[in-house]
Design a binder for this molecule. Sequence first.
Ligand SMILES: Nc1nc2c(c(=O)[nH]1)N[C@H]1C(S)=C(S)[C@@H](COP(=O)(O)O)O[C@H]1N2
Ligand SMILES: [Mo]
Length: 396
Amino acid sequence: MLQHRPRWWPRFTSTLRSTAVTSRLGLALGIAIASLFVTGLLSHYQYEPWRWLPVPASPAWGYRVTQGLHVATGIATIPLLLVKLWSVYPNLFRFPPIRSLRRGLERLSVAVLVATALVQLATGFLNVLNWYGFGWFFPPVHRFLGYVLVGSVLLHVAVKLPDIAYGLRARLPEADVLTEVPWNENPHSHSNAGTLPDPPTPGISRRGMLAAAGAGIGVVVVTTIGQTVTPLSPLGLLAPRQHNRGPQGVPVNRTADQAQVAAAATAADWVLQVVGPRPYTLAPADLERLARHEARLPISCVEGWSVGAHWQGLSLLEIVQQAGGSEDSRVQVVSVERVGYNHSFVDGPQLGAALLATHLNGERLDLDHGYPLRLIAPNRPGVLNTKWLQRIEIVP
Ligand SMILES: Nc1nc2c(c(=O)[nH]1)N[C@H]1C(S)=C(S)[C@@H](COP(=O)(O)O)O[C@H]1N2
Ligand SMILES: [Mo]
């Protein structure tokens, strides 16, 4: 085996990298990943709640906040991860590449961590842009990768604990006392990013570099957060959605044309079928008569955009009681749509609060928003607010 690194082997001379820098970036990244994990688990529960723990109806904006945080944090984590990787990637070019089995395994666990993080953030971001062209169903893969990611972060933190403790104690602006030591040879450990003295004429200090990274992340967040924090939407230059772009001042996730429902939803013989112990149907004229309930509720998409709106419609619970159901019923609402997100379940506290909406922001529901009738309920992922309803079923 080669004893000395060959001349062509890459060398890294930037003195901006140090254990102090890397550990601070790592701390921020760890906090971001922890909050992504918590809000991600909440999102999963909201999407597929346990039968014995139905989702509460209040606060109505619950999902709006947790999912808004999840997506905003995920977007902020992309530049943060890139800076963190920049701060350690010379480790890839240590010489000799593999020194021991133990180190080889450690490198492998870092490879899993980095690969998972990159795939997770990249596919999550494509999702935020409403691009689902992966050929696999996103939610279970995203959740599984979340577990792998958190597991490998914990392993990484455990392995690096001495370096992290050293790095967080090390002062940032100065060299970490180790002069004459190559960047990757910190005597306190054999696995950290190492240190270098400050350059004689620094172009940017380590502290300045961290501040610049923080400012960049701030810009990314401020220019995208408007898609869910409505007062900030004028700043949302990079936001995938604008709160007021779309019919009736609400964005549309999937139009009637895309869902291929226009004909069925506007058919002259459309009626709402209510299925239960005492089944019946409601005609369009009945809807007008029964649409006496109003609520201000957000549409909060899993993709991270959300907007509050004024809704008017029928009480789902009243319709269900009329068919012989009760507050304790589990109800399935079914769309005229043939495939896709064409049904959802309502039970527990949300059943009492749910509307079958006929009007949005004071106007008869636009075809793209679910005409003639759609579900809207508080504290609920947008995807479960089924549009273009055809049938209400009390699940036996
Ligand atoms: N039948 C049906 N309902 C649906 C969808 C759909 O594709 N088909 N999309 C859902 C999604 S993902 C969201 S975010 C909301 C968006 O409602 P909007 O298009 O009225 O804003 O509708 C939901 N209801
Ligand atoms: Mo959505």
